[in-house]
Design a protein around this ligand. Structure first.
Ligand code: G6P
Length: 612
């Protein structure tokens, strides 16, 4: 949700910033802009649309600057337009600022500034905050840093901001609360960004700025302070990410690359943790807190979007294997509902980015009430990872495509290992079943590979149904959340209306939609509901619906009933979602591409939703 980049040092700032913005475009792409200081003069360029359009705009400008800030926007206040694009410039023309987040009390502040004669060129809360800072500076005759500190104490909301001053081309001032900020430390230069991807090719040493910290960044100096003006010691972390991981590597889209990476990412997730030779699962976050999990009265999964679907799969896993009562909560509802949190409750936070605002705040609230928070997170060092009492990374690598794919299967792999480990520790599964499931889980990467060997059948099915206006996705048991995820994926990248439903519940409403134009996708792998789902397929066929099935390779019945079938290898039903979701990811991808959409950056979406 908005990407920010800053640079100060001996290089030309503009190319570093533009390249960085392209890497961060998954966070927002409705407009972008840069501010540079050249020869004591502040120059701002901004443009509605993707970063490439900004680049075109500044093509013939002779840019020369060693300090700059850039922004790619996901609109909150004010429609996507040139004038609402960041950076914004203060009334005096001296200061420029970019912002990721939301200032909730911007209206009274704006009214106050209007009365004082301030004017606004945009509809954004950011321009209000910037002029508020300028006004405080003027009234108190203080430094920009001091004015910023005062302003931040008075505003309500979330922010990561970068601020530059035309009269001080040696300094970028940054601050964060609730929206991420990473500072890369080079030799005589510093890089600032929303995540490490714009920084990785220049340096691997980074500092993750904490909430309520201000960074005063010069080419050869980084000072961190809290809002009380006390210096903080920057904690330098070494990135273990490689540049290749954030490039397309020969694929047409990141989404396709990430779908195809899954055999490796799931393998990486299991590596060193799932040890079939001695039937062991090593997850230090669980090991170190095993008594908490064994005694848990209730597990609450808190997440948004695709991660929420992983939580739903985990509900089946933990109830089934561990006999623990599980609830799965949308973070946005949970945080405002005044939920009852009891001693003995464990919260499992699931998040790819580790920065989703609703999830983060829901966890902060739960932690305040004494809950134990376990993070299942992909982005190393992210806010949710740091807030958690313990956790397990999914190790899926950077996910750039806005529609989540490999992060989902990474989450399922971690949650499956957790459930197995806890069930074994509690004695709620037999030794034999435990060993069986470890073996099945270990075989998953190879089985995902089998699905990906030849995707031409799925591509053909996508072409056949791409003009449908609606889709229904149905599944039972472990495959019900997969049906929801299939529908979400299709909506996200093809803009086709799609609904996911429990296959049996379909009779209580959605069946009214069925006619010869409605494709109904059944996630119908061989499991204990198989016979029942066969009946559900018949019910759709009887009403002339078009049936697309995800079926087990050995199945000889469903393929004869369905109009089209996508096959997956056989596995145990408790880990079946790790396979059955893959054809649905591909189906969405190919439908989106066939319709000519930018599947990596679907309209209106952002990868990391850092506003509530
Ligand atoms: C956005 C993304 C989804 C993601 C959701 C939750 O909506 O587009 O792909 O599932 O946020 O994000 P998180 O990073 O917390 O998993």
């Amino acid at each position: 949700m908005c990407g920010i980049v800053g640079y100060i040092g001996p290089r030309q700032a503009y190319p570093v910033i533009i390249k960085g913005l392209k890497r961060l475009e998954y966070r927002g792409y409705d407009s972008s802009g840069v501010a540079l200081i050249d020869n004591g003069k502040l120059n701002v360029y901004k443009k509605k649309g993707k970063v490439a359009e900004l680049e075109e705009e500044v093509l013939d400008k002779n840019l020369n600057s060693h300090i700059g800030i850039g922004h790619t926007r996901w609109a909150t206040h004010g429609e996507p337009s040139d004038r609402n694009a960041h950076p914004h410039v203060s009334n005096s023309g001296e200061f420029a600022m970019i912002h990721n987040g939301i200032i909730e009390n911007y209206v009274p502040i704006k009214n106050d500034l209007l009365k004082k004669g301030y004017t606004f060129k945009s509809d954004t809360d950011t321009e209000v905050l910037l002029n508020f800072i300028e006004d405080i500076k003027k009234n108190n005759d203080c430094s920009l840093e001091a004015a910023l500190r005062i302003a931040l104490k008075r505003i309500v909301g979330a922010y990561c901001i970068l601020l530059i001053d035309q009269n001080d081309p040696e300094t970028i001032i940054a601050a964060r609360k609730g929206s991420p900020l990473v500072i890369g430390i080079g030799k005589g230069e510093h890089f600032l960004a929303s995540d490490a991807s714009p920084i990785i090719e220049y340096t691997k040493e980074v500092v993750y700025v904490n909430d309520y910290e201000i960074a005063i960044v010069k080419a050869d100096e980084l000072v961190l302070k809290n809002l009380g003006n006390e210096k903080q010691t920057p904690f330098i972390t070494k990135l273990d990410m490689e540049l290749a991981a954030i490039e397309k590597g020969g694929y047409d889209h990141f989404m396709l690359k990430e779908i195809h990476e899954q055999p490796d990412t799931i393998f990486d997730c299991l590596r060193g943790r799932l040890l079939s030779h001695n039937s062991q699962i090593n997850l230090s976050g669980v090991d170190n807190n095993i008594e908490i999990f064994k005694n848990a009265q209730r597990i609450v999964m808190v997440a948004c979007g695709t991660s929420w679907h992983a939580g739903l799969v985990a509900e089946y896993l933990f109830e089934d294997l561990c006999r623990i009562n599980v609830e799965v909560e949308y973070a946005s509802e949970f945080r405002y509902r005044n939920p009852v949190i009891n001693k003995g409750d464990v919260i499992i936070a699931i998040s790819q980015s580790g920065e989703t605002a609703d999830t983060l705040v829901a966890l902060e609230n739960a932690k305040e009430q004494g809950a134990f928070i376990f993070g299942v997170v992909n982005a190393v060092g992210s806010s949710i990872a740091r807030l958690s009492n313990a956790g397990a990374y999914t190790h899926s690598g950077p996910e750039i495509g806005v529609a989540s794919t490999k992060a989902f299967t990474g989450q399922l792999a971690v949650l499956s290992m957790m459930a197995l480990k806890i069930a074994y520790a509690k004695g709620t599964i037999t030794e034999l079943r435990y060993q069986e499931l470890i073996k099945e889980l270990e075989a998953i990467p190879e089985k995902v590979k089998e699905i990906l060997v030849d995707t031409s059948n799925i591509q053909r099915i996508a072409e056949k149904y791409k003009d449908a206006t609606d889709f229904l996705f149905l599944g039972r048991g472990y495959n019900f959340p997969v049906a929801l995820e299939g529908a979400l994926k299709l909506k996200e990248v093809s803009y086709i209306h799609a609904e996911g439903y429990p296959a049996a519940e379909m009779k209580h409403g959605p069946i009214a939609l069925v006619d010869e134009t409605l494709p109904v996708v059944f996630v119908a792998t061989k499991d204990k509901y198989y016979e029942k789902i066969v009946s559900n397929v018949q019910e759709i066929k009887a009403r002339k619906g078009k049936v697309i099935a995800v079926a087990t390779v050995s199945d000889t019945v469903i393929p004869t009933m369905a109009d089209d079938t996508m096959f997956v290898p056989d596995t145990d039903e408790v880990i079946a979602p790790l396979l059955s979701v893959v054809p649905l990811q591909l189906l969405s991808y190919y439908v989106g591409v066939a319709k000519g959409f930018d599947v990596d950056k679907p309209r209106n979406l952002a990868k990391s939703v850092t506003v509530e």
